[in-house]
Design a protein around this ligand. Structure first.
Ligand code: 6PG
Length: 477
């Protein structure tokens, strides 16, 4: 008997993926650097399906049917290269190595090119949904050669989350496309989390609500258009009381957010592509600010002052307004993330279908949310949409939200409560809709000090003003 698929790297994510394949009736070959983990998996979960445990890489490879499909689930970085180096020499033409970790897309591009030269298929597959998702149905974003999807896709679709019977898995595009899209998923995840955190902070500090009460508010929002996994789990976290002290859990946790780096990668890649993902960037920087203990301590010691007079939230009901601000800012963050995917797709010739990405994010992944359906519909209507904000549904939502959104940003600023996500999303929105931006002045400054030239609104060509001369004549540049 041969296995349809193999998993190497049996820490919790790999183990759960292997079990998910087995539960779907596939025979799964197992391999781990130390055999102990492999044995443990079979002892504990052997009854769930058919596993072929291997003590060596050679035995593992020999137990797989051809073309071999080897899922690698190890720590991103050098560990992945080490596993590839171990397995590539044992594989034959047409076999597949599938990296299911959170690899950087540039690494995936490099690995794919190197393995292609050896006749092997390398598939960088984004997998979202954490441990539970891996076991019960993740959202899967496989890249790599299109041909590989014929032999691999059906297996991945089997184990993926489903919406109305449709799998949350699709071939994203060649080489690094899958890992790129997973990276942007994580960037959006950062933005979503930051925005929800700001909503909480305002309801608590301005509205005076307790964590339990805010959990109730989020519970209600979860029934509406904000319905999403992150809103749902936020309510759970807020309901939690610490066993030791009896205090709300959120009050006993150190307020310094950590990060493994995918949000930062998203922003770095966006800077290279020139796409303004300000919502994602603010959320990465907000985590960095929270973790900057020295600067925060210095600020506290120096007593950096807040606003002199407190101000009430005026013009609307606070929680209703915050819901609007949250929804509008969330739309901006997604619009930016999708724009980044489209820009990368163009840059790398990936031909990614943005609507298909929204579709496979509807279940299984961390950012799963009701409103992804509307994103899918927007791109179905117009695959070339340059920004989601002009799609009818989102335009309506943002138009309806903007007064409340502005009130929330005003209140945050007046009360000295940081709301970088809400504020920067609003600034982005206003920037996008501005008839004239002060960028014209920046062009003037650049031309003044560096002769960098400018374009005019009334005639074609590049121009330079002779700033140092008396008449400051304009010349063609
Ligand atoms: C997912 C998650 C997953 C992981 C993040 C956490 O899609 O299942 O995004 O990939 O939990 O990498 O990221 P940080 O540690 O950077 O917050």
């Amino acid at each position: 008997q041969k296995a349809q698929i193999g998993v190497t790297g049996l820490a919790v994510m790999g183990r759960n993926l292997a079990r998910n394949f087995a539960r779907h009736g596939h025979t799964v070959a197992l391999h781990n650097r130390s055999y102990g983990r492999t044995k443990e998996l079979v002892e504990e979960f052997g009854h769930e399906g058919t596993f072929l445990p291997a003590e060596s890489a050679e035995q593992f490879v020999a137990s797989l049917e051809r073309p071999r499909r080897v899922v690698i689930m190890v720590k991103a970085g050098p560990a992945t290269d080490a596993v590839i180096d171990e397995f590539a020499p044992l594989l034959e033409e047409g076999d597949m190595l599938i990296d299911a970790g959170n690899a950087h897309f540039a690494d995936t591009r490099r690995r794919e090119a190197a393995l292609k030269a050896k006749g092997l298929h390398f598939v960088g597959a984004g997998v979202s949904g954490g441990e539970e998702g891996a076991l019960h149905g993740p959202s899967i974003m496989p890249g790599g050669p299109k041909e590989s999807y014929e032999a691999l896709g059906p297996l991945l679709e089997d184990i993926a989350a489903k919406v109305d019977g449709e799998p949350c898995c699709v071939h994203v595009g060649p080489d690094g496309a899958g890992h790129f899209v997973k990276m942007v998923h994580n960037g959006i995840e950062y933005a979503d989390m930051q925005l929800i955190a700001e909503a909480y902070d305002l309801l608590r500090q301005v509205g005076g609500l307790s964590p339990q009460e805010i959990a109730g508010v989020f519970g209600e929002w979860n029934e509406g258009r904000l319905g999403s996994y992150l809103i749902e789990i936020t309510a759970e976290v807020l309901k939690q009381n610490d066993a030791d002290t009896g205090k709300p859990f959120v009050d006993v946790v150190l307020d310094q957010a950590e990060q493994k780096g995918t949000g930062r990668w998203t922003v770095q890649a966006a800077l290279d592509l020139g796409v303004p993902v300000s919502g994602i960037a603010e959320s990465v920087f907000a985590r960095a600010l929270s973790g900057g203990a020295d600067a925060r301590k210095a600020a506290a010691d120096a007593g950096l002052p807040g606003p002199s007079a407190g101000a009430e939230h005026v013009g609307g009901d606070l929680s209703a307004d915050v819901e609007q601000a949250l929804f509008a800012s969330k739309i901006v963050a997604y619009a930016q993330g999708f724009q980044q995917i489209q820009a990368a797709s163009k840059e790398y010739d990936w031909e990614i279908d943005p609507g298909a990405m929204a579709k496979i994010w509807r279940a299984g992944c961390i950012i799963r949310a009701k409103f992804l359906d509307f994103i899918k519909q927007a791109y179905d209507k117009n695959p070339q949409l340059s920004t989601l904000l002009v799609d009818e549904y989102f335009l309506d939502a943002v138009s309806g939200a903007q007064d409340a959104w502005r009130r929330v940003v005003v209140t945050a600023a007046q009360q000295g409560i940081p709301a970088p996500g809400f504020a920067s999303a609003l600034a982005y929105y206003d920037g996008l809709r501005a008839k004239r931006l002060p960028a014209a002045l920046i062009q003037g400054q650049r031309d003044f000090f560096g002769a960098h030239t400018y374009h005019r609104i009334d005639k074609p060509g590049s121009f330079h003003t002779l700033w140092a001369t008396d008449d400051r004549a304009e010349v063609d540049a």
